[in-house]
Design a protein around this ligand. Structure first.
Ligand code: SAM
Length: 222
């Protein structure tokens, strides 16, 4: 039987998902509107149903101790903070004061700010510091959504920091389809393509790529 092709990023599908695809949250919608005022940069924000998925993963995993690489204006950090326990902690890492000043405002409005520690530094430095401080194998959940050029290093260091049974989630792993376009040899595409290959051959993780928005990989450490 012939199947209808579904274009995953069509306006039609997006508007359908926006009508019935996830539980609505007024504050997150307000944050999305304010982020749109930043112009083209707003495209960096995670999708709404993707944010809800991050929350659900943290809740069903009973996750407590989390890291986010790439805060931007705080959408995904609010979702993660909603999903973790009340005594949980999210270390939210970014280099931009401009973007994270918006995030801090919304963390406060959400009443979740007591669970979030902002670290303004290069993500690599922070991961190295956690490793040097003896925190290997102690984190429940790590969300990688910062600069693509460092994705392989982020994955390797996150793998060291995550505990067995914890999850590393990596955003943009389909990279608008560029990962399967072999004519595209730009650095960011090659890095994500190499990371996808590395993860698919890593016997220490159970993994899948979720085809929502720009693709998100989930890696469960064995
Ligand atoms: C795709 S956005 C993150 C989106 C965010 N997760 C959300 O839900 O809206 C990427 C963020 O990574 C930050 N970033 C870029 N390079 C970085 C680095 N080397 N270390 C830490 N953060 C970095 C940028 O400032 C930007 O805010």
């Amino acid at each position: 039987m012939r199947q209808k092709e579904i274009q995953l990023n069509s306006d039609e599908l997006r508007s359908y998902i926006d009508s019935v695809g996830y539980e609505k949250d007024n504050l997150l919608e307000q944050l999305r509107k304010e982020t749109q005022d930043l112009g083209d940069e707003s495209i960096m924000q995670v999708g709404s149903s993707q944010g809800k998925l991050l929350e659900i993963i943290c809740r069903i995993g009973n996750f407590n101790k989390c890291i986010e690489l790439g805060v931007f204006t705080g959408y995904s950090s609010i979702c993660i903070a909603k999903g973790i326990n009340d005594e949980g902690r999210l270390f939210a890492i970014d280099i931009s004061e401009k973007y994270t000043s918006i995030a801090k405002k919304y963390w406060e409005k959400s009443g979740l700010d007591h669970k979030i520690t902002l670290i303004l530094d290069e993500a690599i430095n922070v991961l190295d510091t956690f490793i040097d401080d003896g925190l290997k194998g102690t984190f429940d959940f790590i969300f990688i959504d910062a600069d693509k050029s460092n994705y392989i290093e982020y994955y390797k260091k996150s793998f060291d920091l995550i505990r067995s049974g914890g999850i590393i989630a990596i955003d943009n792993t389909i990279w608008k389809g560029k990962v399967f376009d072999n004519d595209d040899q730009t650095q960011s595409t090659k890095t994500i393509r190499d990371l996808n290959m590395l993860i698919s051959n890593d016997p220490m993780v159970s993994q899948c790529i979720i085809t929502m928005y720009d693709g998100m990989t989930l890696c469960l450490k064995k």
